[in-house]
Ligand binder design. Structure first.
Ligand SMILES: [Zn+2]
Ligand SMILES: [Zn+2]
Length: 151
């Protein structure tokens, strides 16, 4: 009397099949072109690798500074990125020159940093952050759609 042994696929064989390349979950956000329109005093323009185009004015960028101090201040005052500080209505408006950077430089391959004329320079504007706060019609429209409360 002889029994044929039942043969299971070995554990090693199964493991090998499951190790097929995993999909990358990280979305790589890369700018194709970054233009700082310094002499024009206009702002920052980015053409993204996926064909999207973004532009921000310097004043907006200054009020969207992503450093911890500015982000805390905005959170406390309930301001969104790029929203200017409320000015006291009772006082005569003092002339303040519009925010402009004295210089701008790349931080590694992932961000840009501005040295503002008011002396502030702590904010590192990562590509990821900038793409998230894109002000183009398409992006701001979807924003208003999802929150349902455009202002
Ligand atoms: Zn800041
Ligand atoms: Zn956009």
């Amino acid at each position: 009397m002889s029994h044929e042994g039942i043969r299971f696929a070995s554990k090693d064989e199964q493991a090998r099949d499951n190790q097929a390349s995993r999909p990358l979950l990280r979305i790589v956000i890369t700018p194709e072109k970054v233009r700082v329109l310094m002499t024009e005093g206009k702002g920052l323009e980015i053409d993204w690798a996926d064909g999207h185009k973004s532009a921000w004015g310097f004043a907006w960028l200054r009020d969207a500074c992503p450093c911890a101090t500015c982000a805390d201040e905005r959170a406390q005052e309930g301001r969104k990125a790029g929203q200017p500080k409320p000015r006291p209505a009772a006082l005569l408006p003092m002339y303040a020159p519009p925010p402009k950077p004295a210089s701008a430089h790349a931080v590694g391959r992932y961000a840009i940093q501005f040295n503002w004329l008011d002396g502030h320079s702590g904010g590192i504007y990562s590509w990821e952050y900038l793409r998230r706060v894109c002000q183009c019609q398409e992006c701001t429209f979807t924003d208003a759609e999802t929150t349902g409360t455009p202002n």
